[in-house]
Each structure stands twice: as C-alpha cells, then as structure tokens.
Write a protein that binds this ligand. Structure first.
Ligand SMILES: Cc1ncc(COP(=O)(O)O)c(C=O)c1O
Length: 430
C-alpha cells in the first residue's frame, strides 16, 4: 500500500511543532534522522504502523528490535492490562520478579541469577560493575563496532576509523580503562589479555557493526582465553537475546559467557533489561555487597510483559524462530534480486531475523568493509522505502517479527523495486 504523500507533509509539520519544545523533535536522536521525515506513529497492529494521515507502513524497525511478536501480541497486551488493573506498585517487591528470573534461568544458558534494570544501557553498566566487583580489577576489552549503549564508559569505537567517543559531550576519561580490539580477532585478544583485566565484553553476533556472524572458533577462543586469565566474559545480548534463538546467541553458538546482558526482545515492547550470570560471578550483587539501584527496576508492568513474551517464545520456539528467520531469508533473497534488477551495488548481511543492507559496497564481511559503504545513500534508500510503505531502520537494518505475513514480504519486495528505481532516478546508490 503506497502511503498518501500527504503523510510526509503531516510528519514535517509535526516535526516543526515538536522542534519548538522537544530537543531534536524526538526522544532518541536516530529517530529524528528518518527520511523524508520521521513518521508520527498514531497506532499500530501486528506488523503495521499507521500515521496520523491514515497511511499504513509495514514495519521492520520493530521498535529497534524489541517487538519480536509485533506491535499487538495479545499475550503481552493482556498481561500488561491485567497487571495495571492491580495498581502500579512501582518499586514494590512483587512475585513477578522471581517468576521472571526463574523463566530466564530456564531459558538462557548463562543464567543462574538475574538482576533487573529498565534498559539495555543500564544493564551494561550493571554488568561491568559486577565484573569489576567480582574480580577487583578495572580494565575491560571492548571490540570495535560493537555498541553497548549510550553511557560514557562504553560508547566509544562504534564505527570504523573512530576509536573515540560516539558523540560530543562524553567524558573521555570514562573510557580510559578500555582496550579496543578488532571483533573477530582472537589472536589480538590472546596478545593483549592478562589477568589484569576485569572483563571482555562483546556482541557475540555483531548486529550493530553490520550483522556479522562470529568467525569459526572465535567465541570459543574468547571463552578459553577469558577462563585462562580469570577474566569475566560478558556477552551483550541486548539484541540477540530471545531473538536469535530462545537461548540467544550463546545457545546458537554453544558458548556460555559468565554474564549475559539482555533487553529489547525480552520485554516484548516494554522497557526492561537484565544481567544474568553464574552464581559465582553474580555473587557481589546477590549478596547485597554491590549496590544495585533503580527506582523503576523490576516494575510490575514491564515484568508482566516480559513473562508473557518469554513464555510465548518458550512455548512456540520450535516454530517461531524458523518462521522469523525464514521471513528474513525471503527478504534477503528479494533484496539481492531487486538490487541486481536495478544494477545497484548493495551488500546484504543476515543473521537470523536481523537483515542489514548497505549501498555502495558489494560485500560487507567485516567492520573494515563498512568504510566503503555509502550510509547516506542507504538512509535515502530507507526514505524511498518509507514512501513505498515500508519502514526499516535508517542505517539499513530490518527485523522480522512473528507478526509479519507472506503478504507483507511480497509487498516489501515490490517496495524494494520502487526504492531502487527512485534511487536510480535521483542518480545515487550505484
Ligand atoms: C547490543 C546493544 N547493547 C546495548 C544497547 C543499549 O540498549 P538500550 O537502548 O535499551 O539502552 C543496544 C541498543 O541498541 C544494543 O544494540
């Protein structure tokens, strides 16, 4: 369904209004970069979002990952409504906390103990604090291109060629204890790692860098090296947890970290994050020695949503993961074929239900290849897709969900053609 062009005029006039009182007109900067203008979501159901003008978009932004069951899964929405009917009980101890922890311990290989927060960024801070408390050391290895949230201590080395801060205003001293290495290079890690380090943190599958699957043996080698030096291994599974499989990337690749950081999909769309790990490494927080704070931690509504979402994923794992991966595989094929039809150079990477495209480069095998990619053109392509009725994340990332249908996929592949044709007309993307 082609959106009414009036939609983008409505979006632009909303943005003009919002910019007067809301910084950058949005609540998270990337949302403000959507081309031709950030659409204003009025309502959503299943895999579709409608804007104020009544245009319908097939949504692969999926809330930047969390909406693994789509926008209106009855299990999550019913659980949230039922929980709200019992009063908000913010910051109270409630039985849902232990129920959710039990569910995570049943499903995530690393989990023997859990601790809850409200976002992935917070969960990363907690994991690093636990690792430092457990070892009595401060140094941490971080890998280029991996994103671990927006806090000063980790938002560095996010893009190829920039090992520095991700934005202005960061305290450069906050990341002083990090050693930055290339993701996928176990030899470099072997050369650097000593028992001076508290932790090695990584995205086990590097969705943020460009949807990279770990090279053969990399995760096992990182596990062996961290064990050898008594260093805490932290898998940042904020994207991959409950998305790549019920047990995340750790289950899929058969390597169990000491600590796993989860968020996004675990909440089915509500804000929640968690650190889950072995009894031994979680001891500082489990014993109460390490202060784990947060007014909204474990709030009943997010916890209820998370219990409902994970329970649904657990009950349906055998069919749900092959379904969402299969839908993404169809998009992958459709995208490659559409690019070829329009004689456009376009790299397509897929890991499970996450699909990354980048114009200007034929293949993107590692972060170094992203230097050749044309991300401004990729964002313009995403803008043309939006005008053809399909929403993806502007940097070229799409997530399939259990709510997408075969009809959505067919419509999306037709939209790829329209977007490539529009790029050709404006003379970009070759
Ligand atoms: C791998 C990874 N870790 C951490 C985060 C931070 O999570 P949040 O945005 O919920 O703070 C993100 C967010 O995109 C992420 O992709």
């Amino acid at each position: 369904m082609i959106p009414d062009p009036a939609s983008f005029e409505v979006a632009k006039s909303y943005r003009a209004r919002a910019l007067k009182t809301l910084s950058y007109g949005v609540s998270s900067t990337p949302r403000g970069r959507q081309l031709p203008a950030p659409i204003v979501a009025d309502r959503a159901a299943n895999a579709h979002v409608w804007d104020k003008a009544g245009s319908r978009f097939i949504d692969y932004a999926a809330g930047y990952g969390p909406l693994i069951l789509g926008h209106s899964p009855s299990c999550v929405i019913d659980a949230v409504k039922a929980e709200m009917d019992r009063g908000l009980r913010t910051a109270s101890v409630h039985a849902g906390e232990a129920a959710l922890a039990e569910l995570i311990c049943e499903t995530l290989p690393a989990a023997q103990k859990c601790a809850f927060v409200s976002s992935g960024s917070e969960a990363i801070q907690l994991a690093l604090r636990i690792a430092r408390a457990a070892t009595g050391r401060t140094r941490v290895v971080k890998f280029r291109g991996n994103y671990h949230g927006w806090m000063d201590g980790v938002q560095v080395a996010g893009a190829y060629g920039n090992d520095g801060p991700g934005t202005i205003g960061q305290d450069p001293g906050a990341a002083a204890s990090l050693t930055i290495l290339d993701w996928g290079d176990a030899t470099a890690l072997a050369e650097v790692l000593t028992s001076d380090f508290a932790a090695v943190i990584l995205e086990p599958v590097a969705v943020n860098g460009g949807c990279f699957t770990p090279p053969d043996g990399f995760l096992a080698e990182v596990r062996a090296l961290t064990e050898r030096h008594g260093v805490v291994l932290i898998f940042d599974e904020v994207i991959t947890g409950y998305r790549l499989s019920l047990g995340g990337a750790q289950q899929l690749h058969g390597v169990t970290p000491d600590l796993a950081v989860i968020g996004k999909a675990m909440g089915g769309g509500l804000p929640i994050g968690a650190v889950a790990g072995s009894d031994a490494v979680m001891e500082p927080v489990s014993s109460g020695r390490l202060f784990h704070r947060g007014t909204f931690n474990g709030n009943p509504v997010s916890v209820a949503a998370s219990i409902a979402c994970i329970s649904h994923l657990k009950a349906n794992a055998q069919t749900l993961y092959p379904l969402i991966d299969g839908l993404a595989a169809q998009l992958e094929t459709g995208l490659r074929e559409a690019a070829a039809r329009h004689d456009t150079v376009c790299a397509v990477n897929r890991t499970g239900s996450a699909l990354q495209l980048a114009l200007g480069v034929a293949e993107m095998r590692s972060l170094a290849d992203t230097a050749q990619a044309d991300f401004p053109a990729t964002a313009r392509f995403a803008g043309h897709l939006l005008q053809a009725g399909v929403q993806i994340i502007g940097r070229g990332l799409s997530y399939t969900t259990a709510a997408h249908t075969a009809a959505d996929i067919a419509e999306t592949i037709a939209a790829y053609d329209m977007a490539f044709a529009a790029m050709a007309r404006e003379g970009g993307g070759k």
